[in-house]
Every structure is written in C-alpha cells, then in structure tokens.
Design a protein around this ligand. Sequence first.
Ligand SMILES: NC(=O)C1=CN([C@@H]2O[C@H](COP(=O)(O)OP(=O)(O)OC[C@H]3O[C@@H](n4cnc5c(N)ncnc54)[C@H](OP(=O)(O)O)[C@@H]3O)[C@@H](O)[C@H]2O)C=CC1
Ligand SMILES: O=C(O)[C@@H]1CCC=N1
Length: 267
Amino acid sequence: MKQTAVIGAGVMGETLLSGLVRAGRRVDQLLVGEKREARAAELEERYGVAVVSNVEAAAKAETVALVVKPQDMADVLDEIAGSLRPGQLLVSLAAGITTAFIEARVPAGVAVVRVMPNTPALVDEGMSAISAGSHCDEEHLAEAEALMASVGKVIRVPEKQQDAVTAISGSGPAYIFFVVESMIEAGVHLGLPRATAHELVVQTLVGSAHMLRETNEHPTVLREQVTSPGGTTAAALRELEIHKVRAAFLAALEAARDRSRELASGS
Ligand SMILES: NC(=O)C1=CN([C@@H]2O[C@H](COP(=O)(O)OP(=O)(O)OC[C@H]3O[C@@H](n4cnc5c(N)ncnc54)[C@H](OP(=O)(O)O)[C@@H]3O)[C@@H](O)[C@H]2O)C=CC1
Ligand SMILES: O=C(O)[C@@H]1CCC=N1
C-alpha cells in the first residue's frame, strides 16, 4: 500500500490533505507529520488520518509533501534525512526553497519536486506549478502532478520561473481578496448595506472569472465591452490610472518575486 505523508499541516498542508480526502484517497494511505498535540488531535478527529512523528511519516511514505514554512525547512530536512531512501519522492510546497536546497540536505537519489500551489485548492480550484529536481524522472513528476491535480489545475514550469509564479498565482488570491475588500468598503461608502455590497462584489468576481475562462477572450476585450463611451466605467478606470493601480501591481508582484528569492536563504 503506497502511502503519502503531509509534513506541516497548517493552512496549505490542511488544504492539500482535505483535497486528497475529497478526491477519494483512502485515509489509511495518508500520514500527517504534526508536532503540536492539540493540532494533531484536531486533524485526527476531522479526517480520520494517522498523525505521526515527522521521522515515521518520512520512513513509511513513498511520497512526502513538505508544507512547512520556508524558514523551518532546513530543520525539518535535518530531522527526516536519516529516514529517507533513494527512489522516494519529496514534494515541497514551500515558497522560495529550491530543489537544490533540498537535494543538498537529503540522501542522493531522493527525488525532489518543487510546487507552488494556492489556497483555492480548498475548493478544488487550485493552481499549481511544478518543477522537477535533478534526480526526478517522469514517473516522479507525474506522481507530483497527480497529487496536486486532486485540488485543481497543474502546469509544469522550469524551476527558474518559480519565484515569478509564486508572485502571481501563489500569492495571487490575496490580491484578489484585497480588491474584493476594497470594493465592498467602497460600496458601503456609497451608501449600500454591507451585505448587499458583499453579494454584489462576490457575484461580480465569480461572473467575471467564468467569463475569462469560458469566453477565452483577452481581458482587455472584456474590459472594453463594459466600458461604454463617456460612461461610468470610463470614469472609474480613469481614476484607477490616475492612482497608478497598474504600476502598483507591477511593484507589488516584483516585491513578492524578490521575497520568494530571499526565502531560500532562510531569512
Ligand atoms: N498559505 C498559502 O497561501 C500558501 C503557502 N505556501 C507554502 O506552504 C507552506 C506553509 O504555509 P502556510 O500553510 O501558509 O503556513 P502555516 O504556518 O499555516 O503552516 C505551517 C505548518 O507547519 C507546521 N510546522 C512547523 N514546524 C514543523 C515541524 N518541524 N514539523 C511539522 N510541522 C511543522 C506548523 O505548525 P505550528 O503552527 O505548530 O508551528 C504549521 O502547522 C509555506 O512554505 C508556504 O510558502 C505555498 C503557496 C500558498
Ligand atoms: O505568503 C507566502 O509566503 C505564501 C507563499 C505564497 C502564498 N503564501
């Protein structure tokens, strides 16, 4: 029986775990590495999974997903390295941590895949980008792809693109939620009840997202369709340009990309 372990069951780790359970993965094929007792009890109760030590998880599982913070990665790798064996697959979901960083800390022949997921995985609409490490064959990459496909869409990218991917789709949901928050607040300023503003904004987002995916049109075309000459949308977009929102997005995403690069150094 092939087992998959999730080490680090915080926001992203639990998102992956819950997705695997929803996708029909048998709970006796799942192991969780979690050091806090209260959290371990919570996960056992919620999913019926076995919560074990990191060392036991690493020793028993064929595939080990590492979902700890980048700053904790070196310690966790030091802890489990002695239990790992060639042929096993390590799938790291940590921002910034390179496959070379992991390979340098585990036995030779352990396959490593770097993944950048995002939280919409919680509703099976995740976006994951995966990159192979140097001891990784097609079977390992396919295994990592299947793992992440249980919670959404998966693409393969060269590892050198992962910091940019992290800035776009890894952190991306936060920018969207920030825009949603801002629009709801603006609705309240315009005199709408908060619940009404919330419903209007959320459905507008969902509808726009479906249009983007289903029409396959470029966002510029879709934006132009909304923008009647001399109308309300043109007035609003002019303000967004005056306030340099486009430039702010570029600066923000560069900052996220740079922070991802820094995380590999443990800072
Ligand atoms: N949140 C997101 O949207 C995304 C996160 N990621 C990546 O996922 C990883 C986790 O992020 P996130 O879930 O947000 O962070 P969290 O802090 O929510 O989760 C990290 C988890 O790791 C646990 N942990 C820490 N040390 C150990 C250890 N030695 N052994 C086992 N578990 C340990 C923590 O436990 P405790 O709380 O007890 O310390 C916590 O439950 C990061 O590397 C991040 O870059 C990637 C893409 C998106
Ligand atoms: O903020 C972070 O560092 C993580 C990685 C991408 C999304 N959340």
